[in-house]
Design a protein around this ligand. Structure first.
Ligand code: WTA
Length: 648
């Protein structure tokens, strides 16, 4: 981090946006209509955020019944477009239901497997599933756990839930059975949707089997709908399992969309925080539609002819917002790919870009660094000339990766939209527009209508120094709370500074008002762009019979940004061995998922603690990375700090 910070402080390059792009941009057209002169003028006008979001809503949604009030702000909860009747499905699907235009170009991992699904077909599939769900008793407010890989049925399932007013909760298919079980129990899911198995790096992953393990301890779930993806044989529970193709086959292709309140919940998405238990972030139909729709339209400038590829997984917020809802609201054509980026070879993505003429590509710094590492020879066979705009999300992008992405993928002509946002924010918050001068490594400025700042510990704005990133006023994509946990909501986001939203990131604002996000504060890791709580991994470790205590820290990693290092105190009498390290890593994989497996495990006799017994991760990290640990005399066991260097 320190080294990165120095690199960022030295970064002085500015990339002006190409003139033609600026002239033709969606945002430029809108500015002309509103007689707004330029980017700075736009940001200034949009400081009247209620005016701005009211205007943005006009660009994106058609209410079933108009709202009475733009915003109601109470006790840190925002209700947007109060009184409006709505369902996101009206804009994401019904509006386009007769279009032959392709909604998804889908590629399976096995080569040659390509499906194109039109808006019309998508609508039929959604309606059939919604009708089948209704027959199973699913209704408004029910929770549906969706445990699926990147196959077209995933957006179909989400939309069918939304259509009925049921709340979907998608769990990333890379999470383990235990992680799925924890989530469906927290939300008391009524039904789950999964598939037999799916392809990843040439192998199949047995998702139905994992689902069955989760369902052993999930009494609220009455049915399990299974999609046939690979055709592999699966265990079957006659009492609750149903094949998707069988229950949808005879259903009607019409189904009424429930008219809801704009603030009714659309989904719950679990994300990591400071405690061992993930929190269920809630998003509602109306505001979320406006936030995601307008950001995709303006930041990535999507036009009728674009081929959009957000190469994230739908299991994370990036996929919810920018593979499912926003592109559908805009009626765009999206690419969706099931498998690994380097299967069968490291140029699979570039093959996909050329084959489908992708014009806008959105991915993560980890992916970019991985492609850099594979070597430029993998780009030689591919022209990539269809690309016109690029995007980055999920973690800070180092200027070196930014420049490589710009030169090698964008051939020097595609601006890079480095978008900062979170599961909680629903849509981009700090991000360039195609009219913004870019500085490599900076997410530039807040999106119009959003106001952000960097505060010191006392809550004073600071420039050119690291501090807490905060958002000053509510925005429509904002979370509606944490599922069944209002205390945690207040504590996590509103306790440090009572009047502003605490993002939990460390950032710097430069003299031009550009934001440089440096990373999460110490309680959450970002490994390959995936958000994982240190304490989630620690609780997984201590749930192993041999472990007494554990502390998890992130160490810098050239490709993944951060890698997971665990410092473990074993129970008395446990033999230290490499086998045990492997077993512990495997155990974490089973508890959370492979993505959370530590890359390094170190055995220690003691861990530095405060007098109240809190393990000091920050000090462990500083010590093992050879940095200044600061004052350690107030610890209850300062000698433990030096002993870290004897870890085995
Ligand atoms: C990090 C992902 C720097 C940040 C959309 C944030 C970023 C967390 C950027 C949210 C970016 C996301 N530059 N850091 N452009 N985008 N982050 O909830 O630490 O998975 O708080 O949402 O990712 O992660 P989440």
């Amino acid at each position: 981090m320190e080294k990165n910070l120095l690199v960022l402080l030295k970064e002085k390059r500015v990339f002006e946006p190409p003139k033609k792009l600026v002239q033709e941009a969606n945002v430029t057209k809108w500015m002309k209509k509103k007689k707004i002169k330029n980017y700075e003028d736009l940001l200034k006008k949009a400081k009247d955020s209620e005016w701005f979001w009211k205007e943005a809503a006009k660009e994106i949604v058609s209410w079933k019944k108009p709202y009475k009030k733009v915003l109601e702000w109470k006790n840190h909860y925002a209700k947007w477009f109060v009184g409006a009747k709505y369902n996101i499905v009206f804009d994401a699907l019904e509006k386009h239901k007769n279009k032959k235009k392709i909604a998804y170009i889908w590629e399976g991992e096995p080569e040659g497997e390509i499906k194109k699904i039109s808006y019309k077909e998508l609508n039929v599939q959604v309606n059939k599933l919604a009708n089948a769900l209704k027959k199973l008793g699913i209704k408004k407010g029910d929770r549906i756990g969706i445990y699926l890989p990147m196959i077209p049925e995933l957006p179909v399932a989400m939309l069918a839930c939304a259509k009925l007013g049921a709340v979907h909760s998608v769990v990333f298919s890379g999470f383990s059975a235990n992680a799925f079980e924890e989530r469906i129990n927290d939300e008391q899911a009524n039904l789950v949707i999964t598939c037999d198995s799916f392809y990843r790096k040439g192998k199949t992953i047995p998702l139905k089997k994992q689902t069955d393990e989760a369902l052993l301890e999930a009494p609220s779930v009455k049915n399990c709908i299974v999609i046939k993806r690979t055709g592999e044989e699966v265990p079957w529970n006659k009492k609750m399992d149903l094949w998707w193709h069988e229950i949808t086959e005879k259903e009607s292709s019409n189904c009424k969309t429930e008219i809801l309140d704009a603030n009714d919940p659309l989904f719950i998405l679990y994300t990591s925080g400071t405690t061992g238990k993930p929190k269920g972030i809630i998003h509602a139909h109306g505001g979320y539609a406006v936030g995601t729709g307008i950001t995709l339209k303006w930041v990535f400038d999507l036009k009728e002819k674009d081929i959009w590829w957000c190469a994230a997984d739908v299991g994370w917020i990036t996929g919810h917002s920018y593979i499912v809802y926003a592109p559908l609201i805009l009626g765009a054509t999206s690419v969706m790919y099931e498998g690994a980026p380097n299967f069968p070879e490291p140029d699979r993505w570039w093959e996909i870009v050329d084959r489908h003429k992708v014009s806008v590509l959105y991915t993560s710094p980890t992916a970019i660094r991985m492609f850099m590492h594979f070597g430029d020879e993998w780009l030689e066979k591919h022209s990539l000339k269809s690309l016109r705009l690029l995007g980055s999300v999920g973690e800070p992008i180092n200027p070196e990766a930014w420049i490589w992405y710009h030169e090698k993928i964008g051939k020097g002509k595609c601006p890079i939209m480095d978008t900062w946002w979170q599961t909680e924010t629903g849509s981009h918050c700090i991000t360039p527009l195609p009219i913004t001068p870019l500085k490599p490594g900076s997410a530039t400025k807040p999106f119009p209508g959003i106001q952000a700042d960097v505060y010191d510990k006392k809550g004073k704005p600071i420039t050119n120094a690291g501090g807490e990133l905060v958002l000053l006023n509510p925005w429509p994509g904002m979370l509606q709370g944490i599922y069944k946990n209002p205390e945690k909501y207040q504590k996590t986001y509103w306790e440090m500074y009572p009047e502003v939203y605490l993002a939990g990131d460390v950032a710097r604002k430069d003299k031009d008002g550009y934001f440089w996000v440096q990373g999460r504060d110490s309680d959450v890791l970002k490994v390959a762009g995936h958000r994982i709580g240190n304490s989630e991994i620690e609780s997984a470790l201590v749930s192993h019979a041999c472990v007494a205590e554990a502390a998890v820290i992130g160490k810098p990693d050239e490709i993944k940004g951060e890698k997971i290092a665990a410092y473990v105190i074993l129970r008395k009498g446990t033999e230290v061995s490499d086998e045990l390290k492997k077993e512990l890593a495997k155990h974490v994989g089973k508890e959370i998922g492979k993505l959370a497996r530590p890359s390094e495990i170190w055995f220690v006799d003691d861990l530095p603690k405060t007098r109240s017994g809190k393990i000091m991760r920050r000090i462990i990290k500083a010590k093992v990375l050879g940095q200044d640990t600061g004052n350690i005399s107030t610890l209850s066991n300062p000698e433990a700090v030096e002993e870290l260097l004897d870890a085995k």
